[in-house]
Design a protein around this ligand. Structure first.
Ligand code: BGC
Length: 731
């Protein structure tokens, strides 16, 4: 063994250890940046120092819909990106979104993100990210465009299904697990869309105005956690503007908060065609322009940027910083070193898809223990509804997937009980359906022991779909009437909702004994649903968003058009911090189903709450401890939720905020002590005057229970001294 010193950049000496004479010669010929044994930073600098202007520019803009150019001279391969976030999208292009028609570009279709949020289970998010990462490798993708970490501001948002609900802590916890799992496969995650991307109406131009606390406390924490805790490698800018500047080149957001305060070392890419100005793109923190068209050299970070650099309008350091970030992501994810091959649609991936959906399904109503159904006591079931047979993978916009297969709700029910009883199907409703569809469904329901109406929304434009918001919260295609009529014909009518956002149920909720929210359940969705309906799986999902009684109750409705969807291109978030349950709690409005709500086939009891104070510097500020018991007759999981209330804050705060949760699986009769640690941020609000997080000394109430409106345990806690966490500091 000999130690060699190789000079690779003027003034930079790097140690290389060579084993034998032959290897030594090969090593000496190998540039430092290709040596996986060297630190990432040194490899980046070595490679950067070898690049020409054109080669550098090739890394900061697209050369097709989802790639940047290869640089063969330096051994840099073409870089591939892909949507995201529920699987690896089928291949399009190169210069169009039209699918290429390949036969090997299918993927596992996982339940949509809001379903993942309904699991409240970081382990499920890990399993989810694992599938994405492994399949991305197999499909040759370097950066996966997801997860979507925007907050549901209004249930009308067309992309609500792509995000993780209305609460920053829940979204942050699940996003962090998802991202870590993806990136463990040497695939970069790209969180999107930074920031305040909360509607599709005028999505490319709407200018969002909100106060600083709302930005920091509601809309940024999931991004912040992805950067600080998950070390995400890429961030996609949002289409909209924030405070007068497009988010893809918004100096305050990108240079100020993301890179400055949070120390983000990775790359910022634009949303597709979300770049609008060369100067801002050059100087305000954008590192990669995507979504352009042929000729790709014509766009902002291509020829116009080069001309500006050559004339000295922009400093070369601006380009070098962008290139450095792009190279850092490539080298850190071992793009130059050879990576695992990956695998696609394995039995393990299928099992993960089913497991996530089984945990995601939310039992909203179950009068008289209507569910689970006992197949031994049934001779016939009438399955009704367009969503019972509709395949959902290939819809919704950029989330569209070519699933290897997809088990519809009807197929899942047939597989589970089709050989034990008579299962009929009748559509009941469809887009251009008519009264005769209802009549046929009513007749089928009347003739069966049980009717299962599988309705909800779909991924058509105007529902759960990119490009447009929903007009209202109503079920489309006459479903309210259908459900009322079916319920009148058969008192054992179960409603299964397939949707990615809340719907109104006032017209029929009181007339049916059981309601299930199944979301878009991925390719194993029908199997998971059947296993819940027939009791093989005890439902344990909890709502990641409030289901309001009616649109008029929602926070953005109260603010009028200025609050949503905006007037003259500008929108004011007048509800401020009062997003989701924070609004309903503050205004005393009863939701249809509250945030965090979900029933089980068993029952749980909470008792013996204790709050153990801890040292702020070396651990949690406080740990909440309580006992949770399964008091029913079936095994099942309960998500225990911890909410914090401050008695007399110096700035107004929401009534209560989710600050911790734990999913606990218990056998019948089993009892467990649950501990939920709370750090300083759990007690803090953002104080614009101090530009930091402040947990004020004084009285707090810590409440524990099974939903934001069912908190049987509460204890006081006295924070002995004020703790200030600066914006860049650790939580
Ligand atoms: C969407 C992004 C997506 C991109 C590429 C955009 O329209 O907003 O979420 O990743 O297209 O398909």
């Amino acid at each position: 063994m000999r130690t060699l010193i190789r000079r690779c950049l003027p003034g930079l000496s790097i140690l290389v250890v060579a084993a034998t004479g032959g290897a030594r010669a090969a090593d000496a010929a190998r540039p430092l940046y290709l040596d996986p044994g060297q630190p990432v930073g040194a490899r980046v600098e070595d490679l950067l120092g070898r690049m020409t202007l054109d080669e550098k520019l090739a890394l900061v803009h697209a050369d097709s819909k989802f790639t940047t150019a290869a640089i063969p001279r330096l051994g840099i391969p073409r870089r591939w990106m892909s949507d995201g976030p529920h699987g690896v999208r089928e291949d399009v292009g190169p210069d169009t979104f039209v699918p290429e028609g390949k036969t090997d570009d299918f993927s596992t279709y996982l339940p949509v993100a809001i379903a993942l949020a309904a699991t409240w289970d970081p382990a499920a998010a890990r399993a989810y990210g694992d599938v994405i990462g492994e399949e991305a490798r197999k499909r040759g993708k370097d950066i996966m465009l997801g997860p979507g970490v925007n907050i549901m501001r209004t249930p009308l948002g067309g992309r609500s299904f792509e995000f993780m609900g209305e609460d920053p802590l829940l979204a942050a916890r699940l996003d962090v697990s998802y991202i870590r799992a993806v990136q463990a496969h040497d695939v970069a995650s790209c969180i999107k869309h930074f920031a305040a991307n909360n509607q599709e109406t005028q999505r490319g131009s709407i200018d969002v105005e909100m106060d600083e606390r709302t930005l920091r406390e509601i809309y940024l924490p999931a991004f912040e956690a992805a950067v600080k805790d998950a070390h995400v490698w890429a961030v996609m800018g949002a289409y909209n503007q924030l405070r007068g500047e497009h988010c893809c080149h918004n100096a305050d957001l990108l240079n100020g908060i993301l890179k400055g305060e949070w120390g983000f070392p990775g790359l910022v890419m634009s949303d597709w065609n979300g770049t609008h100005d060369t100067r801002q793109a050059a100087l305000n923190g954008l590192d990669l322009e995507m979504g352009t068209n042929r000729p790709y050299d014509d766009y902002y970070l291509a020829r116009p940027f080069r001309e500006g650099l050559e004339k000295g309008v922009y400093p070369m350091a601006a380009l070098d910083d962008k290139v450095r970030r792009n190279l850092r992501v490539m080298i850190a994810t071992h793009v130059l070193d050879g990576r695992p091959e990956g695998a696609i649609n394995t039995p393990a991936h299928q099992a993960a898809a089913r497991r996530v959906e089984e945990e995601a399904i939310v039992l909203l109503k179950n009068d008289g223990a209507t569910l689970p159904l006992d197949p031994a006591r049934l001779t016939s079931i009438a399955v009704i509804g367009d969503n019972a047979t509709r395949l959902q993978a290939h819809g919704g916009g950029s989330t569209t997937l070519k699933a290897f297969y997809e088990v519809s709700p009807l197929a899942g029910i047939l597989r589970r009980v089709g050989d034990q009883m008579n299962v009929t199907y009748s559509p009941g409703y469809r887009e251009h359906g008519g009264p005769e569809l209802i009549e046929r469904a009513v007749a089928a329901a009347r003739a069966a022991d049980v009717a299962i109406v599988v309705g909800g929304l779909n991924h058509d434009g105007g529902f759960d779909c990119e490009g447009a918001d929903r007009r209202d919260l109503k079920l489309p295609y006459g479903q309210d009437e259908l459900i009322r009529r079916v319920a009148a014909a058969n008192p054992r009518t179960i409603v299964v909702l397939v949707s990615g956002s809340p719907v109104e149920m006032g017209g029929w909720l009181g007339r049916v004994p059981a309601v299930v929210e199944a979301w878009y359940g991925g390719m194993e969705g029908g199997n998971a649903l059947a296993r819940v309906l027939f009791g093989d799986v005890n439902p344990s999902g909890k709502l990641p968003c409030t289901f309001p009684q009616r649109l008029e109750d929602t926070p953005t409705f109260a603010g009028g058009p200025e609050a949503y969807p905006g007037v003259n291109g500008v929108e004011h978030y007048t509800e401020g911090l009062l997003v989701g349950y924070r609004w309903y709690d503050a205004k005393g409005i009863a939701p249809l189903f509250p945030f965090g709500f979900g029933l089980s086939y068993t029952t749980f009891a909470y008792s013996n709450l204790r709050v153990v104070a801890g040292a702020a510097r070396d651990g949690p500020v406080a740990t909440v401890q309580f006992e949770l018991a399964n008091t029913g007759t079936r095994a099942g999981a309960e998500v225990a939720e911890v909410y914090v209330h401050q008695a007399s804050p110096s700035l107004p705060r929401p009534v209560r905020e989710l600050k911790g949760f734990e999913r606990v699986f218990l056998q019948p009769g089993e009892r467990r002590t649950v501990s939920v640690p709370l750090d300083a941020r759990a007690f803090a609000f953002f104080d614009p005057a101090r530009h930091g997080w402040v947990a004020e000394a004084g009285a707090f109430t810590l409440a524990v229970g099974g939903s934001s409106r069912d908190l049987p345990l509460a204890a006081g806690f006295q924070l002995p001294r004020t703790i200030v966490v600066p914006v860049g500091g650790a939580d």
